[in-house]
Design a protein around this ligand. Structure first.
Ligand SMILES: C[S@@+](CC[C@H](N)C(=O)[O-])C[C@H]1O[C@@H](n2cnc3c(N)ncnc32)[C@H](O)[C@@H]1O
Length: 292
């Protein structure tokens, strides 16, 4: 049994970090800080300026429990219940993928187009397929006040979380949640169809990092036998829902650029951009109607 956690903020942070380091957590200093700040309601500045500040017993108990979960391998943002994405705080639930910084690449890739359409037409309609927490749609709505978005997901629990996130961010009036198997229940035409679909080949899921395999929902990861099934469906069915000059933007696995490009070219789309993530990997492909 570990010693009792100290009540004073500075020593508490040090002990939290030591426990996570002993459990071989990747970044024990960062995770200890996130956990202590979240459950004690304190800030980094307070920890530096007032390290003797006392933390309440109920907060210490919550920190104790959170450290145990983190040491047991649960991702820190699952424990906190939220993750920042594109500067927005998004709540998570068991049915949502934890949004990743790489996906911000997709937001940046289409934002200039969204802004240009909104300036020209007074509105830009976005369809976010597989919306999860609402990450892509809500980031675009927060950056483009004349945009409106429909977030589609097959998972009702994900849509409930996306709807809550939209409301909490003051974007509820421009966000519609729709439960649908890709385009099945979708109607209307959109200037942007965005998707970060599941793209891991089914047989590779067992080899993913424990934190991904055990805590992200399988529905958010499994892209079928070769990881490309959702791209085939999206490429085959998008035409009826895309405005003439619209764009389709998809996140891809870093080895999938050629295969995904071929799928969209065969369906009648031309490349309109390739975007790399912060690690320099191909991460987002943008397409428009036309010959490759
Ligand atoms: C990789 S996650 C992306 C979540 C979110 N867009 C993000 O970037 O953080 C894929 C999402 O697609 C949803 N999904 C899986 N199969 C689907 C289907 N057939 N129709 C609609 N959504 C689906 C999953 O529930 C999951 O929320």
């Amino acid at each position: 049994m570990a010693d009792k956690l100290p009540e004073a903020l500075g020593p508490l942070l040090r002990e939290a970090r030591a426990r996570l380091a002993a459990a071989a957590v990747d970044d024990p200093a960062l995770d200890a800080r996130l956990i202590v700040e979240h459950f004690s309601g304190t800030s980094r500045t307070q920890a530096i300026a007032d390290p003797e500040r006392k933390v309440e017993g109920s907060a210490i108990a919550a920190i104790e429990a959170a450290l145990r979960r983190r040491a047991g391998g649960e991702p820190v943002h699952r424990i906190l219940g939220y993750r920042e994405f594109y500067g927005l705080r998004l709540s998570l639930s068991p049915q949502t993928l934890e949004p990743r910084p790489d996906t911000e690449t997709l937001v940046e890739a289409v934002l200039p187009f969204v802004e240009a359409i909104a300036a020209r037409e007074g509105e830009c309609r976005i369809l976010d397929l597989g919306t999860g927490t609402g990450a892509i749609a809500l980031a675009l709505l927060s950056a483009a006040p004349a945009a409106i978005a429909t977030g589609v997901d097959i998972a009702a629990g994900a849509l409930a979380t996306a709807t809550r996130n939209a409301r909490q961010l003051g974007l509820g009036g421009r966000f519609t949640a729709l439960q649908s198997d890709w385009f099945e229940k979708v109607s209307g035409r959109y200037h942007v169809i965005a998707a970060n679909p599941p793209y891991i080949p089914s047989q590779d899921i067992g080899n993913l990092q424990d934190e991904v395999r055990d805590f992200d929902p399988r529905l958010a990861l499994d892209g079928g036998v070769d990881g490309l099934a959702p791209y085939r469906t999206i490429a085959a069915e998008a035409a009826r829902f895309l405005e003439a000059e619209g764009r389709i933007a998809v996140e891809i696995g870093h080895t999938q650029r050629n295969e995904v490009s071929e799928i969209f070219h065969a369906a009648g789309y031309a490349a309109a951009g390739v975007f790399g993530d912060l690690g320099g990997n191909d991460r987002v492909l943008v397409f428009q109607r036309g010959k490759p």
